[in-house]
Design a protein around this ligand. Sequence first.
Ligand SMILES: N[C@@H](CCC(=O)N[C@@H](CS)C(=O)NCC(=O)O)C(=O)O
Length: 216
Amino acid sequence: MNPTITGFKQSPDRGQGLARDMRVRWALEEVGQPYDVRLVTFPEMKQPAHRSRHPFGQIPTYEEGELVLFESGGIVLHIAETHAGLLPEDANARARAITWMFAALSTVEQSIVELQFVMFTERDKSWYEERLAMVHDRIRAQLGQLSERLGDADWLDGAFSAGDLMMASVLLRVRGAGLLDEYPNLAAYVARAEARPAYQRAFADQLAVFEASLAG
Ligand SMILES: N[C@@H](CCC(=O)N[C@@H](CS)C(=O)NCC(=O)O)C(=O)O
């Protein structure tokens, strides 16, 4: 039986692929695992049925038989651990790939989520511009460090892994703010990730959901 994931019935990003079900779709496409999608509205996400799958009433979730998971990182790690293709065989290389997943989620994404919070909820404050500049600088510092580490390599640590999948997914969330283009090797890294056929299939599928939601 295919696993079932959840995604937005109508994604606030209008199908740009920034909602976090995209990472799960991408991972499933990379490993060649077919899946089903249950679409949920915002009100439905807060109802007991969905809260029993996701304690915080969010997407994505993942169901596979008796197993129910939430958190995109936990889900992608589970997919990577139970299928070939997203984690290296070598134990040390595998541990490093998982470390990059955590770095993406716990270090880089944190500042990006803060930026989104500032932009969506603090725009009317007198100190908005000052705070925005501060958060931009914090993100720039991290992107600069990441850019240095990547250098002219294609991927963060050898072959493409779940670490790259997660890092590229997170970096995509900051591209709209114009910060990524200040680091040409990172912009090229993300473009390389987006060019992967598995990414393209996942992107097309989530975009089709958004377009269908517009059609009614
Ligand atoms: N840390 C979580 C974040 C999940 C999250 O923020 N999901 C968003 C969509 S990308 C959501 O469901 N937002 C609606 C809400 O919080 O009400 C993960 O990586 O899965």
